[in-house]
Design a protein around this ligand. Structure first.
Ligand SMILES: CC(C)(COP(=O)(O)OP(=O)(O)OC[C@H]1O[C@@H](n2cnc3c(N)ncnc32)[C@H](O)[C@@H]1OP(=O)(O)O)[C@@H](O)C(=O)NCCC(=O)NCCS
Length: 166
């Protein structure tokens, strides 16, 4: 399996994969593929990583710039999606490891909104003053690279507000 950057022409396969993977997630908004498409259209994909096996895209991870409180320089990971038939084969872990390694080179830290049961294995955790309006605090997690405590509201790309905008 190969982890690589998105190439021209991968977009439709990525959207299909993200849609299919998110069907399994109870809290899915059904807009995740649209978020990726909007980030791409706005040239806001800081990372757009695919996991490819035998020429087939089996996993995907996006990252985009975010601000926490008054501090910019955070990398927001999401969405992360793995083809349902390929779950528990370490594809998500490989995508996360690559993303964290890349973000470490140019970001203050990584931040995401997701299941702590999964992301705690990558050392993501909650912080008392890290928050995102409308999201229960246990799902808003960060991994500071320099030990700085993230303080304040997470501000991410407007594409993530697609569900609120209808
Ligand atoms: C979450 C997801 C990306 C994990 O991908 P994956 O390639 O199956 O993950 P890995 O094989 O690297 O899993 C590593 C471990 O995490 C566990 N795990 C997977 N999802 C988990 C969850 N939601 N909560 C707790 N543990 C989870 C696996 O069981 C595995 O455990 P093991 O080491 O004991 O076998 C994948 O299940 C997926 O696409 N789900 C639907 C979309 C989604 O939930 N995206 C994340 C949004 S927050």
């Amino acid at each position: 399996m190969l982890i690589r950057d998105e190439l021209a022409g991968d977009g439709p396969a990525i959207s299909q994969l993200v849609t299919e993977a998110m069907l399994m997630l109870a809290q899915s908004t059904g807009t995740e593929a649209g978020i990726v498409e909007k980030l791409r259209a706005d040239d806001a994909l800081a990372l757009s990583l695919v996991a490819e096996d035998d020429g087939v895209i089996v996993g995907y991870l996006a990252a985009s710039a975010a601000t926490i409180g008054t501090e910019d320089g955070w990398g927001l990971i999401g969405p992360l999606a793995v083809l349902p038939s390929r779950h528990r084969q370490r594809i998500g872990t490989a995508l996360m490891a690559e993303a964290i390694g890349r973000l470490r080179a140019n970001s203050r830290g990584a931040v995401l909104v997701g299941d702590p049961g999964y992301y705690s294995r990558f050392k993501f955790r909650t912080f008392p003053s890290l928050r995102l309006a409308g999201v229960p605090p246990q799902f808003v997690q960060a991994l500071p690279f320099d030990g700085t405590e993230p303080r304040g509201e997470l501000i991410h790309h407007p594409a993530f507000g697609l569900n609120q905008a209808g």
